[in-house]
Design a protein. Structure first.
Ligand SMILES: Nc1nc2c(ncn2[C@@H]2O[C@H](COP(=O)(O)OP(=O)(O)OP(=O)(O)O)[C@@H](O)[C@H]2O)c(=O)[nH]1
Length: 221
């Protein structure tokens, strides 16, 4: 199998996962997405209007996974718009700000929305963001990790400012989804799973030994 990205052609991947980033306004969702994709802090971040979009291909346990990420507005007035994007998401980063108890208290609402409106099997990682502001912390690591355990969420504290644990959050979530596909717990072909096969996986299924001829066009969506 020739990966087109390695020869300067358009991208190739085994799976595409639809991801959401949800949580209260100001918790750093847009900055997390920006740090993940651009590997730097987004200096001037304004409130997200509705929904923003980003995508990136990562390597997870020998598979190339394209994450298609929807960064939703945290502000209440956009709630009806953002809710319409939940459907068919395979994974989500549920974000609160460790320096704001209010954003932590809102987690149960976000969680019930996600479980109700996205895929039933959605894999969620709780992210306690702004880890760099430890002096202003209002929520302890222990308290949040208990909440995560009780609600079957993975959990990390992150910093979109320093980049700490940002890539890890996306990768851990993707890895859990891949594990569930491999164990048969998740069926990528089920409607609304939030998972699609990429052309790499399809080529393997169709002709396991033949390499893809170079120069083939694809839409890359
Ligand atoms: N110190 C610190 N500040 C951060 C971090 N992440 C985000 N911020 C700041 O927090 C503010 C809000 O960040 P955004 O990414 O716009 O927040 P958001 O969750 O996308 O907000 P909405 O789009 O309104 O939902 C900005 O002023 C960022 O600079 C972080 O990890 N550490």
């Amino acid at each position: 199998l020739v990966r087109k990205s390695t020869v300067g052609m358009s991208e190739s991947y085994d799976f595409l996962f639809k991801f959401l980033v949800i949580g209260n306004a100001g918790t750093g969702k847009s900055c997390l997405l920006h740090q993940f994709i651009e590997k730097r802090f987004k200096d001037e971040s304004n409130h997200t209007i509705g929904v923003e979009f980003g995508s990136k291909i990562i390597s997870v346990v020998n598979k190339m996974v394209k994450l298609q990420i929807w960064d939703t507005a945290g502000q209440e007035r956009f709630r009806s718009v953002t809710r319409s994007y939940y459907r068919g998401a395979a994974g989500a980063l549920l974000v609160y700000d460790i320096t704001s108890r209010e954003t932590y208290n809102a987690l149960t609402t976000w969680l019930s929305d996600a479980r109700m409106l996205a895929s039933q099997n959605i894999v969620i990682i709780l992210c306690g963001n702004k880890k760099d502001l430890d002096a202003d912390r209002e929520v302890t690591f222990l308290e949040a990790s208990r909440f995560a355990q009780e609600n079957e969420l993975m959990f990390l504290e992150t910093s979109a400012l320093t980049g700490e644990n940002v890539e890890e959050a996306f990768v851990q979530c993707a890895r859990k989804i891949l594990n569930k596909i491999e164990s048969g717990e998740l069926d990528p072909e089920r409607m609304g799973s939030g998972i699609q096969y990429g052309d790499a996986a399809l080529r393997q299924l169709r002709s396991p030994r033949r390499a893809q001829p170079q120069g083939t066009q694809e839409c890359g969506c």
